[in-house]
Design a protein around this ligand. Structure first.
Ligand code: NDP
Length: 313
């Protein structure tokens, strides 16, 4: 059976929940679908220490539970389920949930986030939350004065390596090619940072450690006559090989950049379709922080409220 709502929010990270708090307080009766990973990327981190207001820090899952409760307190209807298809050709917009049910909505807030890419090694799962991370700003602090490794050769990897170099004793940057792909300035900064050692032409085979990551098994110049196995001792293993924005089901309707990040009007969550807003990491390749996602979720709900009142809906 189909259902019609005024405000549909897809995604349950800080952007989605914040949009739900604002939309429910504005009497938009929002319905929010949590998606495949209720709570979003933050549920995979341990301690969140940089979200304003938590003087003593809070775990990612606890913070997301608090945000959810706060939205429910004002009547947001939060449901299990994932958006699997969209028809944004005309308002009201149609979103399919779990391939079965269709919801029609006057306004749509897309807060589906982005997914960090992993190498696909079994050890990344084995040591999840025990030394493996895809966010240096989130987790770097736990490795103060320790040795860590970052995988990747792009701007993100260089930025993360430089950030970690300010906290850690030593940072290995594991790069599969004989060169960095990052911008010139980031390359120079990376190569000129004394405690960063760039391991060119190295690939990761696996991780080792008893109670958490204690090191990385690498192979140098894989597939060549000079191939050589190398182990490094580190406590943190950071992936920085890119993110994939979760925008696939909207790609026929919304403008995105070449990677898939939804394009919005500068400083607003407005997309190219009136009444459809994008907030959080699905539209942000630059900052990717919980607090910036929450801020853009707030903006999206305010925009939705204004759109509905202008249209008399
Ligand atoms: P990129 O796609 O630019 O770089 C990904 C890096 O990861 C590449 O070095 C790539 O290697 C490597 N990589 C990918 N897959 C694997 C794998 N399986 N094993 C080993 N290495 C792998 O992603 P970024 O996140 O760095 O950047 C995304 C975009 O955002 C870029 O346009 C970047 O310029 C921009 N950005 C800008 C910033 C700024 O201006 N301050 C900061 C951060 C990002 P290879 O080179 O061999 O393909």
């Amino acid at each position: 059976m189909n259902e019609k709502v005024r405000c549909l929010i897809i995604g349950s990270g800080p952007a989605g929940y914040t949009a739900a708090i604002y939309a429910s307080r504005a009497n938009l009766n929002p319905v929010l679908y949590e998606g495949m990973q209720p709570g979003g990327q933050l549920t995979t981190t341990t301690e969140v220490e940089n979200f304003p207001g938590y003087a003593n820090g809070i775990t990612g899952p606890e913070m997301m539970e608090d945000l959810k409760k706060q939205a429910e307190r004002f009547g947001a209807d939060i449901r299990y389920g994932s958006a699997t298809a969209s028809d944004l050709s005309a308002a009201p917009y149609k979103i399919t949930i779990d391939g079965e049910k269709t919801i029609e909505t006057d306004t749509l807030i897309i807060a589906t986030g982005a997914t960090a890419k992993y190498l696909g090694l079994a050890d990344e799962q084995k040591y999840a939350g025990m030394g493996v991370s895809a966010c240096a700003t989130c987790d770097g602090f736990f490795y103060r004065k320790k040795r860590v490794a970052v995988v990747g050769g792009g701007d993100t990897a260089c930025e993360e390596a430089i950030y970690l170099a300010g906290l850690c004793e030593k940072v290995f940057l594991i790069v599969r090619k004989p060169f960095l792909r990052a911008s010139k300035i980031m390359q120079e900064r990376t190569l000129n940072t004394a405690n960063i050692e760039v391991l060119f032409e190295h690939n990761t085979l696996g991780l080792f450690g008893e109670k958490g990551v204690e090191g990385v098994h690498l192979v140098k110049k894989q597939g060549t006559p000079e191939e050589e196995k190398v182990d490094i001792n580190v406590h943190g293993f950071f992936l920085a090989i890119g993110h994939t924005p979760n925008s696939g089901i909207f790609k026929d309707y919304l403008k995105t950049d070449e990677v898939g990040y939804i394009l919005t009007e500068p400083d607003t969550p407005r997309t190219n379709i009136p009444g459809v807003f994008a907030s959080g990491d699905v539209a942000d390749k630059t900052y990717r922080q919980a607090i910036t996602a929450a801020g853009s979720g707030c903006k999206a709900a305010i925009e939705a409220e204004r759109y509905l009142s202008e249209k008399g809906l």
